[in-house]
Ligand binder design. Structure first.
Ligand code: EPU
Length: 302
């Protein structure tokens, strides 16, 4: 979707929203797949309610783009504009055991910064790409921990109420790769309450998780992490592996030969290729195990 009306462009400038015309979503996503759209970079949280009013009254559909690491975007000209937060500097501020973090902050950098200040708990998340806002929305987790366990307060734009609100941690439900936020809510910032731990101890935990990840996941390749959620009590990766599907491909979309629940873009895969691979693998797992795998990857396809 493109914005060309000069009146809208002037309003965006007044709201401290930067318009980047016709960006490629392939450049914004870890899968390296996706068509083109205008990108609106938001520099002030307080502009958001006004921006949403402007977009709604001009019938401009939108999507919130975080770090693009768990996202499969369709090909060609996309029917939405992309909204993205620009974080302040610094984007993490510590206060005792509390870390106040902007949603646009890089997750890995946040975990490391907290660790250097003797705040632990999130060791498992090192190596998970993306923003803190994205991790929060999905309740990202690994190696027995999940970000939701540390949330004390969240600042968000609530699409239904059209306003910025604060929620306490206990008002939000954090489940396996799922939260009670509405799909249109936009994460703005979060306060995490982290346990004190000596840096050396945290570093040891980080090293162990890094090694496990390096040994089992295709880290150097373009992927969106795990494609499917694990069904209760089972591993999607193991099931796909047992069907001998490592390396199975549609065009350049390929089941990783390292971890079968990672699908990689081995060259110039299109969204069409990747979606066909996902459907094919889902069908085979359903047929062999009677289990309907649910996407973990978020799909934006018109
Ligand atoms: N396995 C296979 N073949 C494979 C992959 C896995 O046999 O190709 C087996 C492993 O040997 C192991 C079991 O399946 O016995 C589980 O594998 P793994 O430890 O890699 O964990 P997973 O359940 O596949 C989950 C998360 C990952 C997270 C790891 C580590 C999901 C869908 N996946 O993977 O998260 O990094 O545990 O905690 O919950 C993600 O969310 O994108 C993601 C990668």
């Amino acid at each position: 979707m493109r914005i060309s009306d000069p009146q809208i462009v002037a309003r965006l400038t007044k709201l401290a929203v930067e318009l980047q015309p016709g960006i490629s979503l392939a450049d914004q996503t870890s899968l390296g797949i996706g068509g083109t759209a205008d990108l609106l970079r938001i520099k002030k949280h307080e502009s958001i309610p006004h921006l949403m009013k402007l977009l709604d009254s001009n019938h401009i559909p939108h999507k919130f783009l975080g770090g693009g690491s768990n996202l499969l975007v369709g090909d060609g000209e996309l029917p939405w504009v992309m909204l993205q937060l620009v974080g302040p500097e610094p984007d993490v501020v510590l206060e005792g055991n509390l870390a106040h973090v902007d949603a646009a902050a890089d997750l890995g950098r946040t975990v490391t910064f907290c660790a250097k200040n003797d705040l632990g708990g999130m060791e498992g998340l090192i190596g998970v790409p993306g923003t803190v806002g994205g991790a929060l929305r999905m309740n990202a987790g690994a190696y027995g921990m999940q970000i939701g366990s540390y949330v004390r307060e969240v600042k968000l734009y609530r699409a239904a109420e059209r306003k910025i609100e604060f929620l306490r941690g206990h008002q939000i439900s954090f489940e396996y790769r799922h939260t009670s936020f509405a799909p249109d809510d936009m994460m703005l910032s979060v306060t995490l309450e982290l346990p004190s731990k000596p840096f050396k101890e945290i570093l040891q935990g980080i090293r162990i998780c890094n090694e496990k990840r390096r040994a089992s996941q295709p880290l150097g390749q373009k992927s969106a992490g795990c494609i499917f959620k694990n069904p209760a009590g089972a591993s999607a990766g193991r099931m796909i592996d047992e069907l001998g599907l490592k390396g199975h491909a549609v065009g350049d979309a390929q089941v990783s030969d390292r971890h079968a629940n990672f699908f990689v873009n081995a060259g110039k895969a299109s969204a069409k290729d990747m979606l066909a691979l996902i459907a094919d693998v889902r069908g085979r797992v359903q047929k062999a195990f009677g289990v309907e795998l649910e996407n973990e990857v978020v799909v934006w396809n018109a």
